[in-house]
Design a protein around this ligand. Sequence first.
Ligand code: NAX
Length: 331
Amino acid sequence: MTAEGKNPVNVAVSGASGQISYSLLFRIASGDVFGKDTPVHLRLLDIPQAVSAAQGVAMELFDAAFPLVTGITVTDKAEEAFEDAQAVFLVGSKPRGKGEERSDLLAANGKIFGPQGKAINDHAAKDVRVLVVGNPANTNCLIAKASAPDIPANHFTAMTRLDHNRSLAQLSDKLGAPVKDFAKMTVWGNHSATQFPDVTYATVNGESVADKVDEKWLADEFRPRVAKRGAEIIEVRGKSSAASAASAAIDHMRDWFAGTPEGDWVSVSLPSDGSYGIDEGLVASVPCRSVNGEWEVVKDLEISDAQRKLIDANVEELRNEKKIVEDSGLI
Ligand code: NAX
């Protein structure tokens, strides 16, 4: 307990010495997730070769003298990192190597996310909230959840909030209205180029976005731009998105703990409850509201044939990814 009377929140971040964490950790430390009056204990996890670099990040966090940081743990042991964790950001993953197929990538990451899921199951708080950022995020999340039978399924999520935010930014630019005026954007499916950023229900100042843009712009510019924005950033910046990814992770976890604004929803990848024709258990992005600290899928939206086709392409891709990890004995 701190002098102010609030217990610190235990927050674990894997891939702690990587570029996303270099932004993420400092924003968690400054109170952007749990509020400016909630202390945090940061638990940094990385692989043995990167622990020294993670120690360096911890030294910088220390030097920043954040009033809310009550402790920093640096470790290469998942059990230690996840001890009593209430929030876990799984950022670290293995990138695709030269000549590797997607199946190799899925298999390599399965070996990371399976044991991490088990360590979360055995050592974290029972109501821990997990966000998988490391790619392929949806299926990594599926694997982690499969190893954590004691944690509620909807406490395992994967990040499509960056795709959601990118969509809002593109719409804001196109329609000349501030991001805050938009609501009910939806990104369906997988965090991959197949994803379906969908403006069907989106509003700007309460008016339909779909009425203000034409299908040609949506199909030729908006959807491909959002889905391939990661590649565009790499081309221009020379490195993959980092601060914007960290910011989306902050938005996701903050809304999960504090709730989504009235009259709005956000895009969250979580194990499907069968809604919208998505196979139960597949980790797919759907519109969600956060109510009393739990994600609730927005139900009963009407789906047109055109939407159905784009959602189904994602379901098919996620099914294939699941099959690969099943065939490799990872779940
Ligand atoms: P970096 O390569 O900078 O950092 C990755 C870190 O993870 C390294 O420190 C590495 O040592 C660590 N790591 C590897 N295996 C680990 C393990 N078993 N346990 C703990 N740590 C481990 O990558 P960065 O740019 O930070 O990106 C991290 C991940 O986010 C990548 O998989 C990337 O593809 C993914 N992204 C996901 C996004 C999303 O929207 N879901 C968007 C941004 C980003 O592309």
